[in-house]
Design a protein around this ligand. Structure first.
Ligand code: SF4
Ligand code: SF4
Length: 387
């Protein structure tokens, strides 16, 4: 009989959420993903519950997958706690609304406890870019953290997967403030890697049964992928997720930061991967690819890098026809780059490009998908090029 390989990452087909349990079992058995679980252990599943949105909007981790994981953990004698700090205010009323909308009460009925502790505190950490981290208290009251992300496109970091999901340890409105401290996308990516290195999730899972493409991570379009990813490393999970949607570390700054720090490989072939990602890859997944000006470095056109980079930059743009003038973007913008300007009987947001740090909080938290990621004509033309 062939000896079992030491797989560290698995990608398995999961065509529908009705297949959650067999797909989860297969993926976790392949990587011995639950071997760390001992009876009596308190295990937090850090889900992606970004906003009070129904599961079929594909912005949040699907409850059926969380139910399957809860079952497998409970069978091993673990006490399961599901939690996240959604965007906006971090209090029990907001949290209850998120749990209700995202189907978390089904997960509770399946045996998980839903975190209701909304306290937080600040610690010193030895990160590459981050020295002070404010995070949600419930993460301290456990023996292990499982990171359970949702595969989505993301305006700032290209991919919202396992690495980005850990940004949700930061409570509510501290998130946009933290964005403001790291206006450069590479520093922001390093800071998120710092958070991952501080918490070191024991296991990373990505719900890629249905993902979100286009104007993600909250206002995009559901897209069927039909996969579940499990890995012992958040970086390997994201490397596979990125591959499924046609990205590599160049298009995902958080992955590039991890590669620079030697935390993961740039090559999928270097991952001890169970399962074949190729039949599951969605070649025409609509993403927000980041364009680099590295191709100009060292050439006679190097002096144009700054100008070209500006031209290639994505930025938030208002779709006035969808805007209901609710001011949420104005209130959340960490750079105070938005003013509300009167037009008729309402005031609509106007973005000061010079102040904007392109964190895309306004796009992420607009309830009407009225803020979109604008790409320059050049980028759109580049995107049309066959890769
Ligand atoms: S959050 Fe969206 S709907 Fe509300 S004012 Fe801003 S753009 Fe308009
Ligand atoms: S305008 Fe939007 S993208 Fe720009 S800094 Fe404010 S919230 Fe971030």
């Amino acid at each position: 009989m062939e000896a079992k390989r030491n797989y560290t990452c698995a990608v398995v087909p999961c065509a529908s959420y009705d297949d959650s349990l067999p797909a989860m079992t297969r993926a976790l058995e392949a990587i011995d993903g639950l071997d760390f679980v001992k009876p009596g252990m308190r295990v937090v599943i850090k889900a992606n519950l970004v906003a009070p949105m129904a599961p079929d909007s594909c912005a949040t981790t699907h409850p059926k997958l969380l139910i399957a994981l809860t079952k497998l953990l409970s069978e091993r004698g673990a006490h399961v706690i599901v939690g996240d700090s959604p965007g906006g205010v971090w209090n029990s009323a907001a949290l209850s609304a998120v749990y209700r909308a995202t189907g978390m009460h089904e997960v509770e009925a399946a045996g998980a406890e839903l975190n209701r502790n909304t306290d937080s505190h600040t610690v010193n950490i030895e990160g590459k870019t981050m020295r002070r981290l404010t995070y949600t208290d419930y993460l301290d009251d456990c023996d292990a953290i499982i990171d359970f992300a949702k595969l989505k496109s993301h305006g700032m970091v290209g991919l919202s997967g396992a690495v980005k999901n850990m940004y949700g340890v930061i409570p509510g409105l501290i998130k946009p403030q933290t964005h403001y401290l790291y206006p450069d996308v590479n520093d922001f990516a390093d800071m998120i890697v710092d958070i991952n290195e501080h918490f070191k999730p024991r296991l990373a899972l990505i719900d890629a049964v249905w993902g979100m493409e286009g104007n993600g991570p909250t206002a995009g379009t559901p897209r069927h992928i039909g996969a579940l990813i499990a890995a012992r490393s958040v970086y390997e999970a994201d490397a596979v997720a990125a591959h499924l949607i046609g990205l590599d570390s160049q298009g995902v700054p958080t992955l590039a930061a991890a590669v620079r720090r030697g935390l993961c490989t740039n090559e999928l072939s270097d991952i001890a991967l169970y399962g074949d990602p190729e039949p599951l890859a969605v070649r025409d997944f609509k993403k927000v690819p980041r364009r680099s000006t590295a191709f100009l470095k060292g050439t006679r056109l190097d002096f144009l890098s700054g100008t070209v980079a500006k031209a290639l930059e994505q930025r938030p743009q208002l779709k006035r026809s969808k805007c209901v003038a609710c001011k949420k973007c104005f209130n959340i913008c960490p750079a105070k780059a938005i003013t509300m300007v009167k037009k008729g009987d309402k005031s609509y947001p106007r973005i000061d490009r010079a102040k904007c740090i392109r964190c895309f909080c306004c796009q992420e938290f607009c309830p009407k998908a009225a803020m979109v990621v604008h790409r320059s004509v050049i980028v759109r033309l580049l995107q049309k090029r066959p890769s």
